[in-house]
Design a protein around this ligand. Structure first.
Ligand code: AMP
Length: 113
């Protein structure tokens, strides 16, 4: 029995994921229940619960993670896309391990639901 989140299990390669990018600090993989034709999740390898936890990370690391997210969107061929991080259950967070969603390949409405 483990109390680690599903994303920690993906980092540890205990469960498989369709990984599109990985280095020592960052991993990105396809969302298992895509909400758009392109739906990638970008996560830090250091355990952070949610977006608010970015406060505990080095500025350079946060910058790298955001730049890598933009880079991955470009590599996926996306020009118009959305980057989302749900922070807290009330905002729709279901996996309590920081992740950025990259959503693209369709049009989006605003405000989000
Ligand atoms: P959130 O609801 O913002 O916390 O987003 C969590 C996301 O993780 C959802 O879009 C899920 O579809 C996705 N997800 C859950 N389990 C997996 C998995 N094993 N592999 C890839 N994505 C997953």
């Amino acid at each position: 029995m483990t109390d680690s989140t599903i994303f920690e299990q993906i980092i540890a390669k205990e469960i498989s994921a369709d990984i599109v990018y990985e280095d020592d600090d960052i991993m990105a993989f396809h969302d298992i229940m895509p909400q758009a034709p392109v739906h990638i999740l970008v996560i830090p390898k250091i355990k952070i619960r949610d977006f608010a936890g970015l406060q505990g990370l080095e500025d350079a690391f946060v910058g790298r993670m955001f730049k890598k997210t933009a880079d991955l969107a470009a590599r996926m061929g996306l020009r118009d896309y959305r980057v989302v991080s749900n922070c807290g259950a009330g905002a729709g967070q279901s996996v309590f391990y920081l992740h950025l969603h990259i959503l693209g390949g369709r049009s989006f409405s605003w405000p989000p639901g």
